[in-house]
Design a protein around this ligand. Structure first.
Ligand code: PXL
Length: 268
């Protein structure tokens, strides 16, 4: 039977992030992708201005109808929630709408490069540090891992630093942790802990980064993992996909990556 996945994140109408990347990518992998939009934004928050409609008040109504229809999901991919009020509601979704053994992947999505994204505060960080205990797999970038564990972020990374952060993460959650954006010896990659020693998936660091690539990474990773790939292989596929997107994106396309071209190319 095909897997039914619920992805919980915002709908940014313009900007190639969150639901507008997750939905096409997960669907292209053949997953039945259901969505719980946490907020509707005119565009993501890297543009100079945006509108924001918090959908918290509608969620109970959505759940009421899902309950009545008897929906259950085989997997969850949770990303940008925007408001701490969505955290309890996400836990409620896990409690009420999980099929047996449902996979829960959480990408915390609130910070990068040592800084919180606009609109987030330490209350949100603490809420996320609590929510991740419910995950099977977490996909924080190193900045988010530092915030959640109360570690001061260092722009210079080392294996000792990653080890320290990973050990603290293990106190928050028993989840497998894939820390993205780790830079060592001029390379970039993921640090993976499935309980034992940390493994690294280091590779070429491209000269540019972009908005939305974390959401693309999370979608490809989750789809690959659900398709049977091991954590390390799924992380490599996801980072190769992101790099292909970055290479294909013209410099003047500043607000996201042209992931559509890569998805299309894969289907030829
Ligand atoms: O890509 C993460 C993300 C998702 N959604 C919104 C964002 C961001 C990053 O800033 O602004 C609305």
């Amino acid at each position: 039977m095909d897997k039914k996945l619920l992805t919980i994140q915002d709908l940014s109408c313009v900007g190639q992030c969150s639901l507008t990347v997750a939905l096409p990518i997960l669907s292209a992998y053949g997953l039945e992708t259901c969505v719980l939009p946490t907020a509707v934004l005119s565009n993501h928050t890297m543009f100079k201005q945006w509108s924001y409609l918090d959908l918290t008040p509608e969620i109970e109504n959505i759940y009421k109808n899902w309950r009545a229809n008897g929906f259950k999901f085989d997997a969850f991919l949770l990303g940008y929630l925007g408001k701490a009020s969505l955290m309890d509601l996400s836990e409620q979704a896990f409690d009420e709408f999980s099929a047996d053994g449902a996979l829960k992947v959480i990408d915390p999505v609130f910070a990068d490069n040592g800084k919180l994204y606009g609109g987030f505060d330490m209350q949100y960080v603490q809420g996320m540090a609590h929510l991740v205990r419910r995950a099977d797999i977490i996909l924080p970038n190193l900045t988010e891992a530092c915030f959640m564990t109360g570690t001061e972020y260092s722009p210079v990374h080392s294996e000792a630093f990653v080890e320290e952060v990973m050990q603290k993460l293990r106190k928050l959650t028993g989840a497998t942790a894939v820390i993205t954006g780790v830079e060592l010896d001029g390379q970039i990659g993921e640090a993976i802990s499935e309980g034992g020693a940390i493994r690294y998936t280091m590779g070429e660091k491209l000269p540019r980064s972009s908005h939305g690539t974390g959401d693309i990474f999370a979608s490809v990773f989750t789809a690959e993992y659900l398709g049977g790939a091991k954590v390390e292989a799924a992380a490599r596929k996801a980072s190769d996909f992101v790099k292909a997107c970055l290479r294909a994106t013209p410099a003047e396309h500043f607000y996201g990556v042209v992931f559509e071209q890569i998805l299309k190319g894969q289907r030829k």
